[in-house]
Design a protein around this ligand. Structure first.
Ligand code: SF4
Ligand code: SF4
Length: 59
């Protein structure tokens, strides 16, 4: 089971939404929410691309 943590410093830039190949993220109230984390492939593209370093993908 993969756990995804988005730090409150998220700016809602949507980079992770556009990067994730399986659509894990959506923006709610200006912040990224990993609402489909069960679909995560642990490719870590979102961690690498987030300009704020706000994402942690924990296996
Ligand atoms: S890429 Fe980072 S800062 Fe941008 S919406 Fe996603 S978590 Fe937030
Ligand atoms: S690790 Fe890959 S599959 Fe998982 S949420 Fe990030 S971009 Fe999506």
């Amino acid at each position: 089971m993969v756990k995804i943590v988005v730090d409150p410093k998220c700016t809602g830039c949507e980079t992770c939404v556009n990067t994730c190949p399986v659509g894990v993220y959506e923006i709610k109230d200006g912040k990224s929410v990993p609402s489909k984390s069960s679909e995560c492939l642990v490719c870590r593209a979102c961690e690498a691309q987030c300009p704020e370093g706000a994402i942690q993908v924990i296996e």
